[in-house]
Design a protein around this ligand. Structure first.
Ligand code: AHM
Ligand code: MG
Length: 332
């Protein structure tokens, strides 16, 4: 897949041919609706306190987490933005316990984390929207929750939009990764990078170090070896970054390589991890694999996991291939 830089998203959708075939019109419509909503959201995120968007909503979501005003606003706007899509059978979100039937029947199912990095909203640090589109197994059957419980391999598209100094989208349609940046004057997303690749080796890792005492031994070993730098077995010095917005941390990995980890830990041993499989780990894993990187939960490839619940959590380690291979070896 090769496209000319600076074409807008709509032009890209009609001209690109992932794996040699044009994107079905129904998928084009859906992607356009998601991306147009993110363009509006970007504008609102930038206004922040000026339009009363900061602070807690005073409610909790299905996972018992405090909802910010912007979590709810972003969720409502995404629902509103895609509800006219004829090919969209239903949608599910981090902020809602159950999916919503859109057309009820149709080719696609949409999952999203409307506003990822909620703890960064009020402190003006990058946040974003993550989305995953699944091909519905039986388009003519009435949508049910179990339709969503497909492995990441069933995704036909996935991406995120990061609201940072620039608003940038990364997208995969299963044939590489492309990036677009929003022209805030015109509201158009313009192609800035084609064939995004993650270098197989790196000297940068991302993990919340405050959880170190709770980690499993393989993760502790990996990070301790990175910290030992040239004095240890890795024989190179590592740098560490942790933004606490998965969108921003993964965007860095896609942009300059690295490893991102939010592993299982002993704080709550029954919890598989903090991040959610269906609308955080799967879309990010699809992007990372399509850029030549890898994504595992420690022992298994995330995209191969068969989900058992819409809001299922998962341990995540993704990024530069050589580092993920090493982590997998430490877990085996
Ligand atoms: P959210 O979807 O409620 O924003 O939570 C997910 C976020 C990720 O973006 C980020 O990687 C992680 O939570 C940060 O967690 P912590 O604050 O424990 O470091
Ligand atoms: Mg999130």
């Amino acid at each position: 897949m090769s496209s000319s830089i600076n074409i807008n998203f709509e032009q890209y959708l009609v001209s690109t041919k992932p794996k040699g075939a044009a994107i079905p019109v129904g998928l084009q419509d859906l992607l356009l609706a998601v991306v147009n909503t993110c363009s509006t959201l970007s504008h609102e995120v930038a206004q922040g306190a000026l339009i009363g968007l900061l602070g807690s909503a005073g409610s909790g979501n299905v996972q018992g987490e405090v909802q910010q005003k912007l979590d709810i606003i972003a969720n409502d706007q995404l629902i509103d933005g895609v509800k006219g899509c004829k090919s969209l059978a239903g949608l599910a979100s981090e902020e809602m316990e159950l999916p919503i039937a859109v057309q009820g029947t149709g080719d696609y199912l949409l999952l999203f984390d409307p506003l990822d990095g909620s703890s960064n909203i009020d402190v003006n640090v990058s946040i974003g929207t993550i989305f995953s589109i699944l091909k519905k197994q039986d388009p003519s059957a009435r949508m049910q929750t179990s339709d969503f419980l497909l492995s990441g391999r069933h995704q036909v598209a996935a991406g995120y939009v990061v609201y940072g100094p620039q608003t940038t989208m990364a997208l995969t349609l299963g044939d590489g990764v492309v990036m677009f940046t929003l022209n805030k004057e015109t509201g158009e997303f313009l192609l800035i990078k084609d064939a995004v690749t993650i270098s197989p080796s790196t000297k940068e890792f991302a993990i919340n170090m405050s959880n170190m005492r709770h980690w499993a031994d393989p993760v502790r070993r990996y990070v301790e070896e990175c910290l030992a730098g040239t004095n240890g077995v890795r024989d190179k010095d590592f740098n560490m970054r942790w933004i606490a917005s998965m969108v921003a941390d993964v965007h860095r990995v896609l942009s300059r390589g690295g490893v991102f980890m939010y592993p299982w830990d002993k704080r709550d041993p029954k919890k598989a991890g903090k991040l959610r499989l269906m609308y955080e780990a799967n879309p990010m894993s699809f992007l990372v694999e399509q850029a030549g990187g890898a994504s595992i939960n420690g022992t298994q490839t995330i995209m191969d996991l068969k989900p058992t619940g819409l809001h299922e959590r998962v341990s995540v380690m993704l990024g530069s291939k050589e580092e993920i291979d090493r982590l997998k070896q430490y877990h085996s």
